[in-house]
Design a protein around this ligand. Structure first.
Ligand SMILES: C[S@@+](CC[C@H](N)C(=O)[O-])C[C@H]1O[C@@H](n2cnc3c(N)ncnc32)[C@H](O)[C@@H]1O
Length: 316
């Protein structure tokens, strides 16, 4: 443990992403398995009416709370639970057997359009997979891949630990709220170094992203930018021409243009990179044929290639 910084930088970065998700999806019922100090569930209970936190220990630092605390093991909780939830965050015992059990139990009580989140499934290097940190819960990804074809998932390589988002295939959320904060937090916490946006419109999003990512490129046929601050590389031209000449790879690509640009974008996506694109059924069919991972969230598809987690770079 003493060989590396603990806690690591941005250790609680997943709190920001989960907070963005509960707001974006208008979550009404939230369950967290393993709350530790209770910082995350406390914050979430300010915006979600019904929150439940389960923990075998009581390490809470804030006791004046708006959520229901259940001081028991996750097994004991599921043995008697009859409620259903919109978002379930699994972060208790990180041993794969316990993680699998929590996951199977969570599936039984997640609402149809709900999402299950699992923390610590993508330890950046083997040192983070020790039993006091992420342990071997990363094996849940292969488990879901083999046993749960009815589910969609993507790994977000955020912070040193990773966050898995799992939905039902027929999950059908639509845009109610603006996903800008979620996208900004994902870009920031995945240490994205190269960002590409196709059809930037007024440039609001890329403008904010260029505050945290040094190398940003935005394309548009028209120039409708509100600000021209030169923090990002703006190409006022055709997307087809751009792809003809490009040899660079990008960590995150936001496609605001048409789905025909998906294939070219995939070619210039870096290892473990993420594509964001508005939902379309024909594109989903294409993505499934290509055997890519995706989830549908708030009107956007989040797409990654299979077998490109950080664990895939060191596990064999
Ligand atoms: C990593 S901490 C949770 C951190 C918190 N979710 C967050 O994001 O800040 C893991 C917690 O899981 C609890 N835990 C471990 N095994 C458990 C089990 N079988 N049932 C319930 N809680 C458990 C521990 O007591 C600890 O507080």
């Amino acid at each position: 443990m003493s060989q590396y910084m603990f806690p690591p930088i941005n250790f609680t970065g997943h709190h920001d992403v989960i907070f963005d998700l509960v707001k974006l999806l208008d979550c009404n019922r939230y369950l967290e398995l393993g709350i530790d100090k209770g910082e995350l569930i406390h914050k979430i209970s300010q915006v979600v009416p019904n929150c439940y936190g389960v923990d075998i220990a009581d390490n809470r630092t804030i006791k004046d709370v708006k959520y229901t605390f259940l001081n028991k093991s996750t097994n004991e909780f599921f043995d008697s639970n009859k409620d259903r939830f919109d978002i379930i965050f699994i972060d208790a015992d990180h041993n794969i057997k316990a993680c699998r059990r929590d996951f199977e139990n969570a599936l039984k009580c997640i609402n149809n359009d709900g999402i299950i989140l699992i923390h610590d499934v993508d330890p950046m290097t083997p040192k983070y997979s020790n039993r006091w940190f992420c342990y071997d819960s990363y094996k849940i990804i292969d488990y879901i891949e083999q046993k749960h074809k009815e589910l969609n998932y993507i790994n977000l390589p955020i912070t040193v630990a990773g966050l898995l988002i799992v939905t039902q295939k027929n999950n059908d959320t639509y845009i109610v709220n603006d996903p800008m904060n979620l996208i900004l937090d994902i870009v920031r916490l995945t240490n994205c170094t190269k960002y590409l946006e196709l059809c930037i419109g007024t440039g609001d999003l890329i403008d904010k992203i260029s505050d945290v990512v040094k190398n940003c490129t935005g394309l548009d046929n028209n120039d409708n930018r509100m600000k021209t601050n030169n923090k990002y590389n703006f190409i006022n031209g055709s997307i087809d021409d751009f792809f003809l000449n490009i040899s660079e790879k990008f960590d995150i690509i936001f496609i605001n243009s048409c789905q025909d640009d998906f294939e070219n974008s995939l070619k210039c996506l870096s290892f473990g990179g993420i594509i964001l694109i508005p939902v379309s059924n024909s594109l989903i069919q294409y993505i499934e044929q290509k055997q890519l991972n995706y989830v549908k969230l708030a009107g956007l598809l989040f797409v990654t290639r299979k077998n490109e987690t950080r664990v895939d770079t060191w596990k064999n």
